[in-house]
Design a protein. Structure first.
Length: 155
């Protein structure tokens, strides 16, 4: 498996991975309104724009893209909030350590910029996955409206 920086030609595959996760996995843990909201938020146009400000990776098995994840700054240059964003793996490839490999790359990115804290907005079903990397539920930063569990890891 190869993990590389995403490009424009990967957008449709990334969108399919995100949509399938919302339809097949996340929908079991979140309301239909939230599932629809986040699928719309990750339109092909939005993902293409995200390529300009996020460091988006894809995991490829041969020619097939099977996973994705991004390193993002949801803060400002003066007050950065470095975060994992859009970490998804095709459902049939879950539990094959692809997400783990992407997280390890994203953690290395955080270390490169000397981040003191690293964040992830987690779906309900992924909380335990992120806890396995040392992320803890952020009790101060809640996002109940979007059914997101913000998690924090001190580096």
């Amino acid at each position: 498996m190869e993990i590389r920086i995403a490009c424009d030609t990967d957008i449709e595959a990334i969108k399919q991975i995100i949509d399938r996760n919302f339809d097949e996995t996340i929908a079991l843990h979140h309301s239909p309104e939230i599932v629809q909201k986040f699928k719309q938020h990750n339109s092909a146009e939005s993902l293409k724009t995200q390529l300009l400000w996020k460091k988006i990776y894809v995991a490829a098995e041969g020619e097939k893209i099977v996973g994705t994840g991004a390193f993002a700054n949801f803060g400002t240059a003066e007050a950065p909030k470095y975060s994992i964003s859009n970490l998804y793996v095709l459902p049939e490839f879950h539990s094959m350590k692809i997400g783990t490999k992407i997280v390890e790359i994203l953690l290395a990115e955080a270390e490169k910029v000397s981040a003191r804290t690293f964040y992830v907005p987690s779906t309900r079903n992924a909380v335990r996955f992120y806890q396995s990397f040392g992320f803890e539920v952020d009790e101060i930063q809640t996002d109940t409206e979007d059914e997101i569990t913000w998690m924090t890891k001190v580096l």
